[in-house]
Ligand binder design. Structure first.
Ligand code: PEP
Ligand code: MN
Length: 338
């Protein structure tokens, strides 16, 4: 349920309303928006008398929210959520480029790639240290040492870092990590999501391979219900009958998720396509459709990459693509998203 307040509501009446709702076991999440203040009510609101609340002097309107996700719902929070990390601003009409290798492989590799993608305009560095691989015989990531090398690349370039967590026991190693990634395979690891709800860091939540929008938003809700409101949604391709590409990029997810939720939407064209040659076209399409950012795999020697070489673009290709993406972003802003 949401309660839309009249402009400049009387403070003591507002406090009374909030305490009364709290007394009924309802959590109240106020959002002061650009045009109105909204109280988002979380809890069992079935027994609340809508007419009684609507009749209050400070109340403009009361509406039931049918969707099971509340905190992630745009009805609770009409303005876009904007997340700031280092120099990067994610959400609210900015285009943020996140780039780096699938996995951290060595100091030379991560530092070289970090410097190059920064020069091209990336404001966040990606790199996996804990890798969820389909085969137990594939490279599993450098783990703690990978995190140390990411920190070094961060120190040398100033770029904030995003990297994947696979188990909550790894969290103690994530002090210097700026954005924690939850991978597609862990999107519904609810115990992990609950723990990340207590973290004081943004979470990049990737859509599961065959998850619906509502399931993705419910996973975001798990994190937000714990108090962590800094969630970034990431579409990374879904599994369809098509096998030519690794996955199928669901472009519709961008306008749909932005309608349903206020959270930023970032697109991963690399895992969507599984092929480096398709990354530029998918990236342009995502920006044109209103994505808040892209997370792109960039490797300085894709042929010898320990993970996802075929879908990794070279730094030079990233540089060329970034220039094109700024232009697409400008044109998209001029046209709006209607
Ligand atoms: C990744 O970004 O390195 C990754 C493993 O992605 P996903 O969880 O989307 O497969
Ligand atoms: Mn990868």
């Amino acid at each position: 349920m949401i309660v839309i307040l009249k402009q400049n509501p009387d403070k003591s009446q507002l406090n009374n309303l909030v305490s009364w709702l709290n007394g009924k076991g309802i959590d109240v999440h106020p959002t002061v928006g650009s045009t109105q203040t909204i109280l988002g009510l979380v809890g069992d609101t079935t027994h609340l008398d809508i007419d009684l609340i609507s009749a209050l002097d400070i109340v403009e309107a009361v509406r039931r929210v049918q969707e099971p996700y509340k905190n992630a719902n745009r009805k609770f929070h009409p303005d876009d959520t904007v997340i700031k990390v280092g120099d990067a601003i994610i959400g609210g009409g900015n285009l943020t480029l996140i780039a780096g290798p699938c996995s951290v492989e060595s100091e030379e590799q991560i530092v070289d790639i970090a410097k190059k993608v920064k020069e091209s305009g990336a404001t966040i560095l990606r790199g996996g240290a804990f890798k969820p691989r389909t085969s137990p015989y594939s490279f599993q990531g450098m783990r703690g040492e990978g995190l140390r090398l990411l920190s070094l690349a961060k120190k040398l370039t100033g770029l904030p870092i995003v990297t994947e967590i696979m188990d909550i026991s790894q969290l103690e190693l994530f002090d210097d990590v700026d954005i924690i990634q939850v991978g597609a395979r862990n999107m519904q690891n609810f115990e992990l999501l609950k723990e990340l709800g207590k973290a004081n860091k943004p979470i990049l939540l990737k859509r599961g391979l065959s998850s619906t929008y509502e399931e993705l938003l419910m996973s975001a809700e798990y994190i937000m219900a714990g108090g962590n409101e800094q969630v970034i949604l990431c579409e990374r391709g879904i599994r369809t009958f098509e096998t030519y590409t690794r996955n199928t990029l669901d472009i519709s997810s961008i306008p749909v998720l932005k309608q349903l939720s206020h959270l930023p939407v970032v697109i991963d064209p690399s895992h969507s396509a599984g092929r480096a040659d398709l990354v530029p076209a998918l990236s342009c399409a995502a920006v044109a459709a209103g994505a808040d950012g892209l997370i792109i795999e960039v490797h300085n020697d894709p042929a010898h990459a320990l993970c996802d070489g075929p879908q990794s673009i070279r730094p030079e290709a990233f540089d060329k693509l970034a220039k094109k993406l700024w232009k697409v972003s400008e044109i998209t802003k001029l046209g709006g998203n209607d």
